[in-house]
Write a new protein. Structure first.
Length: 694
């Protein structure tokens, strides 16, 4: 499609243009049903007319809570014809997550579906009706398929209505409002224009050399920009066929690829790994594949090579983010073996990429820093959030991605991690993605996340949180040996902890902020039974507070002299009788923290010790029941904010008096000085914010 032709299009008239050129060509396929381009154009026009009858107009939000079904695509084009702003919401979002999006964006009409048997018992139409009662602007819920009594059905809206004159839409008008989870975990709606979405999709089509003979598999959720831009819009621009996969299952994906002779297959790295490891996988099932995009998360080179070798097609790597519509870079067909498997390629046409230092100054090629993006694809801004917009989008149009990377002299981009995830341990920089990739090569590992925990001596200590595959027992020492062969010594995690599952932000990525809080105070218990008076135990004149071996000589009256050598950083002390402080000196708790002790659980303690604890950020909890219920070397996890103490070895839970909120905030930041410094920094940032598009 020519650039001139593309500039005249918007999401609303794209389907009509394609119907004029390819009326009888198949566009949408689901199970045994097929929609040609002509049928899709006619049905979307009738639906648009029905939506006008409900009062939907230009600028209103049209909510879509639908799986990957043809009705999602028809609703997209119908709303776009009216100038409505598409508001897609993943069907896996929780009720509270949907409530938050409704409250912020106030959709006028919501189109959803009712299929409890396929949605873990959830009736999405009923949920939407109930949530809309909390949002006065939300006046209609339309059901795909069965509807509640006297409810609206999508099919009813498509009967008999005539489409009125359509509004004139400009390429820069908003087309979609798609939520993304920032590093804070709070959802923000990125407002994307018709031009940004269509031109981005067209660039992907050009790189893949896609055309009318191609068949796309719709396996990535249509509700995110990967599914919307790279799948729906790219397929329509190429005049190809789209096979809809309502619920992703690796076996079903392979079956659909084989049955419908799919040629273009996109996916997240996890999806490709699941397909390759599926018991039914055979290379012959993928014989028709020729192109597709792997993106959405770190793409391990070993996995990329497996896809190319075993699936037999040239999968392309891409980098993007919701705020960039989403495509920023892509590898190209014919790239060399390193570029095609270990980088994310070069920027798409019309997209600029630079690398900056923490002060925002551009860095030369080869240097690592934060990736920033500028071009037609950058969002108009966050919905109703000018302050949030100003923090990521500067006056010159550069978008801060929060991702770390480097650009070589030829313009090839490597993504090395997240700026807020990067660890700095004892002077070394550690990229969690690299360490996580080393763990994933072990067959017993299902999931892994690497996070940093504040440490007085190391700055940060690294912790790998590993979820074993079902029915598999993992020996942590064997895991450590496995990764040691592919990582430098400083990158091997200080601690490896096993989890049943990893906490996530809704249906999105691992919530590393919450995970850090959990692993920060989780370790083996060391018990000491005699009276403990810190001023007597660690006299300032006798103890070098940065030397754990000296600490062991004085830290407890009945201390094991080998205690500091045998403990791991992050372990905790359980004091069996009393934990007090005979003076206001801070050397005692400072020395304990320097050794790597993460917390103290005491039978009782002198309240004066709180001042020392707060100043250096060492949580101390009083709980006689916990002291009695914890044995030496039991694994213990503490949540100071709630006063919860869990003995993970026995499954028991105990309660202590939780810290007041302001004290907990100080402890979380490592003590009073770091807390004050952060407050001053945040106040400085807030004072320099400027307004931005919403």
């Amino acid at each position: 499609m020519s650039r001139l032709g593309l500039e005249r299009l918007n999401l609303g008239n794209l389907i009509k243009t394609r119907a004029d050129e390819h009326a009888d060509r198949a566009f949408l396929r689901s199970n045994d049903s097929t929609w040609t381009y002509q049928q899709a154009a006619e049905q979307s026009a009738r639906l648009a007319a029905g939506l006008v009858g409900l009062g939907l107009a230009a600028g209103d939000r049209l909510g879509l809570i639908l799986p990957n079904i043809p009705e999602f695509v028809l609703s997209l084009f119908a709303g776009a014809q009216l100038g409505a702003i598409l508001l897609p919401i993943n069907v896996r979002r929780s009720r509270n997550e949907i409530r938050a999006r409704f409250a912020k964006t106030r959709p006028k009409v919501v189109i959803s579906f009712s299929s409890p048997e396929e949605s873990s018992g959830r009736d999405h139409v009923r949920e939407a009706l109930e949530l809309c009662q909390e949002v006065p602007e939300c006046v209609h819920v339309v059901a795909v398929g069965p509807a509640p009594e006297d409810g609206l059905r999508l099919s009813d809206l498509m009967e008999g209505a005539r489409l009125p004159a359509l509004p004139e839409l400009r390429p820069e008008d908003p087309a979609a409002l798609i939520h993304t989870l920032g590093s804070s975990g709070q959802p923000r709606g990125a407002l994307l224009s018709h031009r940004s979405l269509l031109r981005n999709a067209a660039s992907m089509v050009e790189v893949m050399d896609a055309g009318p003979d191609d068949i796309f598999l719709g396996s990535v959720p249509f509700s995110n920009t990967f599914g919307l831009t790279a799948t729906i819009l790219a397929c329509a621009i190429a005049a190809g066929e789209l096979v809809c996969l309502p619920v992703y299952d690796p076996g079903e994906a392979l079956s659909q690829i084989q049955a419908h002779r799919v040629t273009i297959h996109h996916g997240l790295p996890t999806m490709f790994a699941m397909e390759l490891n599926h018991p039914d996988f055979r290379p012959a099932m993928c014989a028709t594949l020729r192109s597709g995009i792997m993106a959405g998360a770190h793409c391990p080179p070993q996995l990329v090579r497996r896809v190319r070798d075993e699936m037999g097609y040239e999968v392309l790597l891409a980098y993007g983010l919701t705020e960039a519509s989403p495509g920023v870079t892509m590898t190209r067909p014919g790239d060399g073996p390193v570029t095609s498997t270990e980088t994310v390629g070069k920027p798409l046409e019309g997209v600029g990429v630079r690398v900056t230092d923490p002060e925002g100054q551009a860095l030369p090629s080869g240097r690592e820093g934060e990736l920033q993006v500028r071009g037609y694809n950058v969002m108009l801004g966050y919905w109703d959030d000018p302050q949030g917009t100003a923090k990521v989008l500067d006056a010159d149009g550069w978008l801060r991605t929060g991702d770390l990377g480097q650009v070589d002299a030829d313009g090839v981009v490597r993504v090395t991690g997240r700026a807020d995830d990067m660890l700095r341990r004892a002077g070394f920089t550690i990229h969690p993605g690299t360490v996580e990739m080393a763990f994933r090569t072990h067959t017993a590992v299902k999931e892994v996340a690497v996070v940093g925990v504040p440490d007085l001596i190391l700055g940060e200590m690294s912790c790998a949180c590993v979820v074993p595959r079902a029915g598999v027992d993992i020996d942590v020492s064997i895991l450590r040996e496995h990764i040691a062969g592919s990582l430098p010594e400083y990158a091997i995690p200080d601690r490896i902890l096993l989890f049943d599952h990893l906490p996530r932000r809704g249906a999105g990525p691992v919530d590393k902020a919450y995970l850090r809080a959990r692993v920060r105070i989780r370790g083996r218990a060391w018990k000491f039974g005699k009276n403990i008076d810190t001023d007597a135990i660690i006299p300032a004149r006798r103890c070098n507070t940065s030397d754990p071996s000296e600490l062991a000589m004085y830290c407890m009256e009945d201390a094991d002299p080998d205690f500091a050598d045998r403990m791991q950083r992050g372990d905790l002390i359980v004091a069996g009788s009393n934990f007090g402080c005979g003076s206001s000196r801070e050397v005692a708790p400072l020395a304990i923290k320097a050794a790597g002790v993460s917390a103290v659980v005491a039978h009782s303690f002198a309240r004066i010790f709180f001042r020392n604890a707060i100043n250096i950020g060492l949580p101390i909890l009083e709980s006689p029941e916990a002291v009695e219920g914890i044995r030496e070397q039991d694994e213990v996890e503490i949540e100071p904010a709630t006063g919860t103490i869990r003995n993970l070895t026995t499954g028991q839970a105990f309660r202590a008096q939780p810290f007041p909120d302001f004290l907990q905030a100080i402890i979380d930041r490592g003590g009073l000085i770091p807390y004050v410094e952060e407050r001053l920094r945040l106040e400085s940032l807030d004072g320099s914010s400027t307004s931005a598009p919403s």
